[in-house]
Ligand binder design. Structure first.
Ligand code: BES
Ligand code: MN
Ligand code: ZN
Length: 490
């Protein structure tokens, strides 16, 4: 969708969106249109249940065309995430209306209006994402009609400047959503790595490690997961050097299980198709790198993703196998479906060992237990560092991705001890998200670290404010914000 910003005025074509505060007071433009239309708008409001409550909409046709009244509710709650949700709501209300153009007329005299205008547009852009690549019979009338969105606001060039930065982040989110939406016959470790190579165009350094190189490094935890697949495993290291030489980097590490059958501990058939998104952690890291490079972040950032396919063939690893990870620690495989932590064990160890980052954040669709705990609304995370943890919480709150800290601790950690090896890869049933995090902590070697279990939030089964149904890209924006506030401003 094309996005533009313009001086306030009377839109010449397309739909017009004006805001209405709780209680129904019309904005100046709405009042002028109402007067021209002989009080039609006031009558439409009076004859409906529209009261201007937040995110309510009412469509009225006048001689000037389609008018969408958008409820802003209590103006005190009108923050930037509110603006984004409103942008998403306006897009959803008009996308399939038949209108090609829409102009949102912002009339507030508020000091932050340019910022709000930019975030309104960002919300619309994020909500307009679609993945239609494989829908060959989609008819024109089933596709969105909306092509252009203009926000009229006093200070429009400032709004445009702010939006230009946000647009880079929206592109990162779209890249993540594309990767996560792809079916696993198209997106597998080698093809995923190839998609990452495209980031070179933005100035990202991209290095791909093959199985031989990983074997040489001793990554047998990761390689063990991939050994039952016809598809070779890969590790991709992406580097954005926005802060120049000598500045300590920060690192993001992603679980990239391109398909998770469970392996020999095979999953039941029902719902197994969801496991194409078991590479979402890696998808978020790739999208984050795109966002950071796209907005030329003033930070040195490493993105590491472990790419495998978890399949059950004659060469697959077995429950009771013992593997040696790159760290030297040995792992007894209890359940081959607890594979994500095996991939991350080597990816985390490699990252801290080679790059000595100031902190590491890993993302993984790691456990069903995380979904039992927090559902599909909030991402649970774990950390060994209170400052980093608080910074992530603040970043998530600021951009509207809900995160909630979960506990670690010795009592959980010791449940991962094994009788035959240094640890086992699966513990008892209860607290499964926590014991998984404790397993990962054994590979972070004191580096300040956060583990985000995105199992519940990576895929949305319904439309939400700025996220259409499907791959959400959850994490790209929170982590971009973490880099902005905790790294670039530090
Ligand atoms: N990829 C799954 C977790 C998952 C489930 C993500 C549903 C998203 C939606 C992971 O590899 C897995 O299978 N975890 C097991 C671990 C168990 C065997 C210890 C689980 O959660 O059941
Ligand atoms: Mn699994
Ligand atoms: Zn998995």
């Amino acid at each position: 969708m094309k996005i533009a910003f313009a001086k306030p005025g009377r839109p010449k074509k397309g739909a017009i969106v004006v805001s209405v505060a709780e209680g129904g007071a019309l904005s100046p433009t709405a009042a002028a249109l109402d007067a021209e239309a002989g009080g039609l708008i006031g009558k439409a409001i009076a004859g409906s249940r529209f009261t201007g409550k937040a995110h309510q909409t009412l469509t009225v046709f006048t001689a000037a065309g389609r008018l969408l009244l958008y409820g802003v509710g209590d103006p005190a709650k009108f923050d930037l995430t509110w603006a984004e949700t409103a942008g998403g709501g306006i897009y959803a209300a008009l996308a399939h209306s038949g209108e090609k153009e829409v102009t949102i007329v912002m009339e507030s005299g508020d000091e932050r209006r340019a910022e709000r205008a930019a975030h309104l547009a960002l919300g619309a852009e994020l909500r307009s994402y679609r993945f239609d690549k494989y829908r060959t019979t989609l008819k024109a009338e089933d596709k969105p009609s909306l092509e252009k969105l203009t926000v009229m606001v006093d200070g429009h060039s400032r709004a445009q400047k702010i939006y230009d930065v946000e647009a880079a982040i929206a592109e990162g989110v779209a890249f993540t959503r594309d990767l996560v939406s792809e079916p696993p016959n198209v997106l597998y470790p080698i093809s995923f790595a190839e998609r990452c190579l495209e980031l070179k165009k933005l100035g990202v350094d991209v290095e791909v490690l093959g199985e031989k190189e990983m074997a040489k490094l001793g990554m047998h935890a990761l390689l063990g997961v991939g050994q039952g697949s016809r598809r070779e495993s890969r590790m991709v290291v992406m580097r954005w050097n926005g802060a120049g030489k000598g500045v300590q980097p920060v690192a993001f590490v992603g679980k990239g299980v391109c398909f998770d059958t469970g392996g020999i501990s095979i999953k039941p058939a029902g719902g197994m198709e969801d496991m194409k998104f078991d590479m979402a952690g890696a998808g978020v890291v790739a999208g984050l790198m795109q966002a950071l490079a796209g907005r030329k972040a003033n930070a040195n950032v490493i993105g590491v993703i472990g790419l495998v396919e978890n399949m059950p063939d004659g060469n697959a690893q077995r429950p009771s196998d013992v593997v040696t990870s790159m760290s030297g620690q040995t792992i007894e495989i209890i359940n081959t479906d607890a594979e994500g932590r095996l991939v991350l064990a080597d990816a985390l160890w490699y990252t801290q060992d080679k790059y000595k980052p100031a902190f590491m954040v890993d993302l993984a669709t790691l456990t069903g237990a995380m979904m039992v705990a927090l559902g599909e609304e909030t991402c649970g995370y774990f950390s060994n560092d209170d400052k980093l943890s608080d910074a992530l919480k603040a970043a998530g709150d600021a951009i509207g991705e809900a995160v909630w800290r979960m506990p670690l601790g010795d009592a959980y950690n010791k449940q991962m001890d094994s009788d035959i090896a240094d640890m086992k890869n699966a513990g008892a049933r209860w607290g499964g998200a926590i014991t998984a995090a404790c397993f990962l902590e054994r590979f972070v070697n004191k580096t300040p670290w956060v583990h985000m279990d995105i199992a519940g939030v990576a895929w949305s089964r319904k439309d939400r404010g700025t996220t259409p149904k499907g791959a959400s890209g959850f994490g790209v924006r929170a982590l971009d914000r973490l880099v902005r506030d905790y790294v670039e401003k530090a």
